[in-house]
Design a protein around this ligand. Structure first.
Ligand SMILES: C[S@@+](CC[C@H](N)C(=O)[O-])C[C@H]1O[C@@H](n2cnc3c(N)ncnc32)[C@H](O)[C@@H]1O
Length: 204
């Protein structure tokens, strides 16, 4: 499995934003939607072996939300960013008054979250990778398996308490390039690296 955890710091967790202002009032939902789209879409196909979890922090914290998208069941994910943002927004709107998880569309589950505890659990997985600009280059990291659980932050760096949780977790920090990239670009590069190992007969 290829798993991604996205840290969304500023998206209004009640879905109270317009699709015409994803980068402003949407709290950088444009970045999250692009990352989701990049994680799942190929040219004319979907990556069914991929799962994306998004932790939406909230102020006040009790309303924090989690969305999990599973490629094996996923439907209604179109390649454009706006419709992906709409899918996520609808899930948040539907969830905000509920205390339980619901599948708001096929392959998309939304529910309450405890972001810091969930980040710590996720990062404790044996195949956890922390995408970090200052990490060692991915190509030089030994013994990567066939799958991963990769943690990526949105347009903001992880908060100090998130950094502390990641440092305590044992997740392996990796860099995918010498420059500071967008979350979706990191996802593309990570997929490409593992694709090369998985499909060695294909052209490089
Ligand atoms: C836009 S960056 C965060 C803000 C960035 N530090 C800046 O100053 O603009 C979003 C996230 O992508 C990941 N990231 C960006 N560049 C990376 C790289 N070269 N290698 C690994 N991860 C990277 C990290 O998880 C980072 O927190």
């Amino acid at each position: 499995m290829r798993r991604f955890l996205l840290l969304a710091h500023r998206v209004p967790v009640d879905g109270g934003f317009t699709l015409n202002d994803l980068a402003g009032g949407g709290g950088r939902m444009d970045e999250i939607a692009r990352a989701v789209s990049t994680a799942f879409t190929l040219s004319n196909d979907l990556r069914r072996d991929t799962e994306v979890t998004i932790l939406f922090r909230a102020s006040p914290p009790p309303r924090a939300r989690r969305i999990v998208l599973r490629g094996a069941r996923l439907r209604y994910l179109n390649p454009d960013e706006r419709s992906t943002a709409a899918l996520l927004k609808n899930a948040l709107v539907r969830s905000i008054r509920l205390d339980v998880e619901v599948e708001s569309s096929p392959g998309l589950v939304v529910g309450p979250s405890e972001p810091l505890a969930e980040l710590s659990r996720y990062a404790a997985a044996a195949d956890a990778l922390w995408l970090r600009e200052s990490g060692p280059p991915l190509e030089k990291v030994p013994e990567l398996g066939t799958g991963f659980a990769a943690i990526v932050s949105d347009a903001d760096d992880p908060l100090p308490e998130e950094v502390a949780a990641l440092e305590a977790s044992g997740a392996r920090a990796v860099s995918v390039g010498p420059r500071s990239l967008r979350a979706s670009q990191c996802i593309d590069l990570l997929h490409a690296h593992f694709d090369r190992n998985e499909l060695p007969g294909r052209p490089p």
